[in-house]
Design a protein around this ligand. Structure first.
Ligand code: OXD
Ligand code: MN
Length: 593
């Protein structure tokens, strides 16, 4: 291994972690197909993976996690800045010294009887000046497979690293094995679960969970929590945003970035099949955007990831045909249900369940049992390369120029289908004011309204008030005419009977079309107290029961919303930028006029 690694700090760090964790073997991942195949075979033998039918799902596997390891665990996630104030009121905090002490105890001997894998990976296209290298050490082969699908992993990343800096991340399932002890299919240790970030020293440590964002350290831990700190310090943005390319029937193309809380349809929007004839969507990314200004003063975005870790339930040929095609092969399915003929099934897949299934719990499941067969946060992991509408510029080292930024949440009332901000500062206020009904992506109660500023509540690596200030400062770095316009959308309004007012999915192309035409200076808008709403949305060939209600602004409800926001913003004390406060006051005034 030493011969393959040229970076002395990397060698030293691997030696330190090896001494601490006492693994029985070390494996430096090269990212090759042979390595992937060797690990999948070993996991099939161990009973963790089940190969799917080679005709129905070539190269794909089914996997079940431990029932207590199914989502991100926000209550166990910490930002360990030197000062508590720098983590801010929305993050859990522990001092670096205290956390380090705890981690040294927890990680001591934690990999006994296991293989320590070293995963060099690149976030962002290889060769891009915006990309960054991370190295994850893990004792989970499942993590290795996911990291290969989700990032540019192995020798290519190691080569790009050279002698340069990297973000170190240590991960363990937290279950050492005694000599001769047989392993379980999904080792994890909820009692010690801790996901710690050190923003000043740029390090990540995670123990006790093997699932998703808790364990795949390139995703939420690095590309959002640590990267948001890098972005603050270096003048760029790390955001919880999809990136899509939208082409008009005339062949003009614009790129849009959009932030929504977890499990609110980012993957569906990023891979949308527009119902409007002649419009085309192509996908750059479905979850994370790193954005910085180019030489021309415009904001350029790269997707740091190279794959999708998408929510399976609700994904069907009707809601997201491109995702269904993407996951037709070489896909890892976690916590969905398995059919007797070795195919996968989940609620909302668009076809009736067979009479019998094996549920995500590994139990025999019978049609009509009333219990979900797939976990609501069950996932597919797959490489972006398989996406039939992968944008031709998705790997462009320069990134793609962003014309519009969209914020959105899951709100059954108050927020109209779409509105446009007056300017960047007002748009920043809109981002700060996002709230959304909770989903299964994080452990906890579902359907509860919570503030989720910029859809970054669980992902901002520093004080959220300072993050608002960073957004305001970014808006001053270029000419206002170069800045993307900022929008707020809500696909999820319901009528008094609890039915959705808007069909969503491909029909959201009507909203994208209006945004496209606004940034092109073509579409007209009506000024309202909350922002600009469409003078006319393209409702051709669609029946919407109550179109006026989609854009109705209920002043009383909005006044309540502002009162609630006033209360929420107090949380940030003197870290709340005065501009956010004055935007709120201006909104109140407009609502009362
Ligand atoms: C995700 C999330 O997995 O936001 O992308 O939870
Ligand atoms: Mn996400």
């Amino acid at each position: 291994m030493r011969e393959r690694i040229k970076n002395p700090s990397l060698i030293q760090w691997i030696e330190e972690i090896t001494a601490l964790c006492s693994p029985s073997k070390i494996h430096l991942c090269d990212g090759s197909e042979e390595e992937y195949n060797q690990i999948t075979s070993q996991m099939v033998k161990a009973g963790t993976l089940v190969p799917l039918d080679a005709k129905k799902h070539p190269g794909s596997f089914w996997c079940r996690s431990h029932p207590d390891d199914v989502a991100r665990v926000e209550e166990n996630t910490f930002i360990c800045s030197e000062k508590k104030e720098d983590a801010g009121p929305t993050n859990n905090w522990k001092s670096p010294a205290e956390m380090k002490k705890k981690l040294i105890e927890l990680f001591g001997g934690c990999m006994k009887g296991r293989t320590l894998y070293v995963i060099p990976y690149c976030m962002g296209p290889l060769g891009s000046p915006s990309s960054r290298i991370g190295v994850e050490i893990t004792d989970s082969p499942y993590v290795v497979l996911n990291m290969r699908l989700m990032t540019r992993m192995g020798d290519a990343a190691l080569k790009q690293l050279g002698n340069g800096p990297f973000i170190p991340g240590v991960h363990s399932v937290g279950v050492p094995l005694k000599p001769g002890q047989k392993d379980v299919a999904w080792p994890c240790n909820p009692a010690v679960r801790t996901i710690a970030h050190f923003p000043e020293t740029r390090a990540i440590w995670s123990i006790g969970s093997g699932y998703g964002g808790n364990a795949l350290l390139g995703k939420k831990c690095f590309a959002l929590r640590i990267a948001s700190v890098l972005g603050r310090d270096e003048g760029w943005l790390a955001e919880h945003m999809l990136i899509l390319g939208l082409t008009s029937p005339e062949g003009e193309k614009k790129y849009i970035a959009a932030a929504f809380p977890s499990a609110c349809g980012k993957t569906n929007l990023a891979m949308m099949t527009p119902t409007l004839p002649g419009w085309k969507v192509e996908c750059v990314g479905d979850d994370i955007a790193w954005m910085r200004f180019g030489k021309d003063g415009r904001l350029y975005a790269i997707n740091p990831e190279a794959g999708y870790f998408g929510v399976a339930p609700g994904t069907s040929f009707k809601t997201n045909p491109n995702a269904m095609k993407t996951i037709s092969r070489n896909t890892l399915f976690t916590n969905v249900a398995l059919t007797p003929d070795k195919d996968v099934w989940w609620e909302g897949i668009g076809k009736e369940a067979p009479l019998h299934l094996t549920s995500w719990l590994g139990e025999s499941w019978k049609l009509g049992s009333g219990k979900p067969a797939a976990h609501p946060n069950s996932r597919f992991t797959v490489s972006s390369k398989q996406c039939p509408i992968y944008d031709p510029k998705a790997e462009d080292p320069k990134g793609v120029p962003i014309s519009a930024i969209i914020f959105g949440g899951r709100r059954s009332s108050v927020i109209p289908l779409v509105f446009e901000s007056f300017n960047w500062q007002h748009g920043t206020f809109l981002g700060a004011s996002v709230s959304s009904e909770t989903t299964a992506a994080a452990k906890g109660e579902m359907g509860k309204l919570r503030h989720d500023p910029f859809a970054m509540l669980p992902f901002c690596g520093y004080n959220m008030g300072d993050y608002f200030a960073h957004w305001l400062a970014m808006g001053k770095k270029t000419d206002a005419k170069n800045l993307p316009r900022i929008y707020y959308v809500n696909w999820f309004q319901k009528n008094d009977q609890g039915e959705y007012l808007w069909p969503g999915y491909g029909e959201n192309s009507r909203v994208l079309k209006w945004i496209f035409e606004r940034v092109s200076g073509k579409a007209k808008a009506i000024e309202t107290p909350i922002g600009y709403i469409p003078e006319k949305l393209d409702f051709s060939e669609i029946f919407v029961k109550d179109p006026a209600r989609l854009f109705h602004i209920d002043r009383a409800a909005w006044i309540k919303e502002t009162e609630e926001l006033s209360h929420y913003f107090k949380l940030f004390g003197d870290h709340l930028p005065k501009e956010i406060h004055s935007e709120l006051e201006a909104l109140k005034k407009r609502l009362f006029s």
